[in-house]
Design a protein around this ligand. Structure first.
Ligand SMILES: Nc1ncnc2c1ncn2[C@@H]1O[C@H](COP(=O)(O)OP(=O)(O)OP(=O)(O)O)[C@@H](O)[C@H]1O
Ligand SMILES: [Mg+2]
Length: 352
């Protein structure tokens, strides 16, 4: 069972004036969409409006074409999992998964069979008789997922379900969830503030910032064609250089950034103000020559597997990475270095 979800200009205004939306989005049958954005951008609020726990102040919400705004959450055929384990503490794992079935009045034998099947699906069959305080965080989220799936929801809503888990387990559960979601063909909205998580599991990503959807599309499309500076930096981990197109000829651009000229490609007319979205992998530090670009090293920090080097170029900052198995001899804070920017992979965003 699955559902097509149409969110149309949905918005919420809280009493203190904070407003979220208007949000418009369509999630197709069986699709997995990630709502990706920084803390406070409105992800949870949007999800809770779709679930029916927050009543929107305007806009419409349709499931398979049918208006559900007036439906209470329990009639919307949704399953929901949230960040902190919200299992019922005084019950066994079995009782937690069976909870919705009991409420719905399932006959005992049928409920037992359903709980066992769900426990198999999420890999907690051996835990059914444990108490909830005798399981780990990862097991807790598997159980929460089984409980959310118990009544075969048409729509699965997940609000940062794995963010409290260690990175390795988080990755494993992401993979399992994605497999399960595809196997069941269940329409899913997944809230996360992690771009790598959104990338790993989604058919489509909607980027949220300050209560508005900035861009929505398949992951690769957002990466390759970010609509604005926010998407470029948030998704690509890239930097923005602002400049003005001085020459435009047959797809080649000469963009003036301060006193320097960056060559790139694109179809933008002369005189246009642009933002160049430059990903760390597009930038390399080279020996300084008369006609190379030049920049000043602002900082070098060691991270897992690479150094992150922040540079200043014409009063703007740009970053690059160098694998830790490469030498950074001679590179230090304050030093002026040559810079090469891969003209092919830079995105040119027109200022509007
Ligand atoms: N009941 C409320 N009353 C007033 N403001 C609220 C209420 N709930 C949320 N907000 C505000 O709305 C904005 C969006 O909150 P929301 O919880 O949707 O963000 P989020 O993207 O889920 O963030 P996080 O990643 O931290 O969970 C925030 O500024 C928050 O303070
Ligand atoms: Mg939230």
């Amino acid at each position: 069972m699955m559902v097509r979800v149409e969110i149309d200009n949905l918005f919420k205004r809280f009493s203190d004036g904070t407003s979220i939306g208007p949000i418009s989005l369509t999630i197709q049958d069986g699709e997995m969409l990630s709502l990706l954005g920084p803390s406070g951008s409105g992800k949870t609020t949007t999800l809770r409006m779709v679930a029916g726990f927050i009543v929107p102040d305007g806009g419409s919400l349709r499931f398979d074409g049918k208006d559900v705004i007036k439906q209470p959450p329990r009639e919307r055929k949704i399953g929901m999992v949230v960040q902190s384990v919200a299992l019922f503490p005084n019950m066994s794992v079995y009782q937690n998964i069976a909870f919705a079935l009991d409420v719905a009045g399932w006959e005992h034998h049928r409920a037992v069979k359903r709980v066992e099947d769900l426990a198999d699906i999420v890999g907690v069959r051996n835990l059914l008789h444990r108490k909830v305080n005798e399981i780990s965080g990862g097991e807790g989220q598997r159980i929460a997922l089984a409980r959310a799936l118990a009544l075969e929801p048409a729509l699965l809503l997940l609000d940062e379900p794995f963010s409290a888990l260690d990175p390795k387990l988080r990755q494993r559960l992401q993979e399992e969830l994605r497999d399960l979601q595809q196997k069941l063909g269940i329409t899913t909205i997944y809230v996360t503030h992690s771009q790598s998580e959104a990338y790993a599991i989604s058919d489509k990503i909607a980027i949220l910032n300050e209560g508005a959807i900035i861009q929505a599309g398949p992951p690769q499309e957002l990466y390759e064609n970010p609509r604005n500076d926010f998407v470029a930096t948030f998704i690509g981990g890239g930097s923005i250089l602002k400049g003005i197109v001085r020459k435009s000829h047959r797809g080649f651009l000469d963009v003036q950034v301060g006193d320097l000229f960056v060559e790139t490609s694109g179809d933008v007319s002369q005189g246009t103000e642009v933002s160049l979205s430059v990903k760390p992998e597009d930038v390399s530090i080279i020996p300084k020559t008369v006609d190379s670009l030049y920049a000043t090293i602002v900082s070098i920090t060691q991270q897992v597997g690479h150094y992150r080097i922040i540079l200043e170029i014409q009063g703007q900052t740009i970053q690059t990475t160098v694998p830790t198995n490469h030498s950074i001899d001679g590179l230090e804070r304050g030093k002026i270095v040559g810079l090469k920017i891969d003209s092919q992979s830079v995105d040119v965003i027109e200022e509007r």
